[in-house]
Design a protein. Structure first.
Length: 358
């Protein structure tokens, strides 16, 4: 097969995977009810209290914490690995987001968290969750001015609200638990030894290096063009940078396409000009649907979650055309940065392997 034809086959396979609906999705009534209650109660409460923006922030926290958990919601190890990143991210962002050199402090905290991917899968999930929530809450605190800490607190309330619902409805079992359990688990001593070996090699640092490099570039772009809404690029970097090194992830393409369509959907809603009540209903529907669609196709999740993130993080400002354009541009720039970082790291590691081979 010629190189051109081979490349065409790879591209077709990549596009097919981008739009594929996973066959592993199981939407039981408990998951649907949980998603509906987690999103609707904060939104309705915010409307009733005449504080819709606060309701959207709490709903955003609930929606973003709707991913699969590892282990039962009532198991102590699962509880602290799930709740601790939420509490830490809100607390740290509230303390450092408005300090000088906040970006440097944020990246300095992300470095040790990103090394947890080499310890164990639960620790990796907790570390990545902390990183995503820290960056998101830093954006909330910085974007809401004098009310920034309150915005981060409301987001944290939403996350805790979703986790409390998971505990109450503890019979809910995420998809990851259906897999056949592995054999004997490594001891903490073995895991520490593995972590030490990993951090003595470039391969063990490939995720932190790509993540930190991408964040540094994103912060620089945001600071160079302060009149644009490029804080989104910083969050997109942590969402798009994968643990494992791959040149072009399906996840990246899905997020780029999903965000584009989500921005277009938001623009259509704005052109329709819904009132406060209609906006609240749309947010409830989208916020309920988004986490249910995430396992099936990440691109669909991005389509329905993007309008909610735009509304919740707009700091009571109207979501105008410039904001939508900047969000889309930031997503595309973040995707380009992540792909570039992946290609550069892949080239460095390949060169290292060639140099070490006899």
């Amino acid at each position: 097969m010629s190189p051109i034809k081979s490349l065409s086959v790879v591209h077709r396979a990549h596009i097919a995977e981008v739009f594929r609906w996973s066959d592993d999705v199981a939407l039981g009534w408990r998951r649907v009810l949980l998603a509906f209650v987690a999103m609707t109660v904060p939104i309705v409460t915010g409307q009733w209290a005449d504080k819709p923006a606060l309701g959207y922030l709490v709903g955003l926290g609930a929606m973003l914490m709707a991913g699969e958990s590892h282990g039962s919601a009532s198991e102590p190890s699962s509880v602290w690995l799930t709740w601790l990143p939420v509490v830490l991210s809100v607390t740290v962002a509230s303390l450092v987001a408005q300090l000088p050199f906040a970006d440097v402090l944020m990246i300095a905290l992300i470095v040790p968290a990103s090394t947890l991917v080499n310890y164990s899968r639960p620790a990796a999930v907790a570390g990545i969750r902390f990183i995503v929530l820290l960056v998101l809450n830093m954006g909330l605190v910085g974007g809401h001015g004098a009310h920034g800490r309150g915005a981060a607190l409301m987001f944290g309330v939403g996350a805790i609200w979703r986790l409390l619902l998971r505990v109450v409805m503890r019979r809910e079992r995420p998809l990851a638990e259906k897999s056949v359990p592995s054999g004997r688990e490594p001891t903490h001593r073995q895991r520490r030894a593995h972590l030490g070996r990993a951090l003595r090699s470039l391969q063990g640092w490939q995720y932190p290096i790509r993540l930190v490099g991408g964040l540094a570039a994103a912060c620089l772009i945001r600071n160079l063009w302060p009149k644009h809404h490029f804080a989104w690029i910083v969050l997109s970097i942590v969402l798009l940078t994968p643990r494992a090194l791959e040149r072009l992830l399906v996840h990246i393409t899905q997020r780029a396409i999903g965000t584009f369509l989500g921005v277009a959907l938001t623009g259509a809603l704005l052109a329709w000009g819904p009132g406060h009540l209609a906006t609240a209903i749309v947010v409830c529907v989208f916020g309920t649907a988004a986490p249910l669609l995430r396992t099936g196709n990440y691109g669909l999740y991005c389509i329905f979650s993007t309008p909610i993130i735009l509304v919740a993080m707009s700091a009571n400002a109207p979501v105008g055309a410039m904001l939508l354009e900047d969000r889309l541009t930031a997503t595309l720039m973040a995707a380009a940065i992540v792909v570039t970082a992946n290609l550069l790291m892949d080239a460095v590691l390949r060169r290292q392997v060639r140099a070490e081979s006899p």
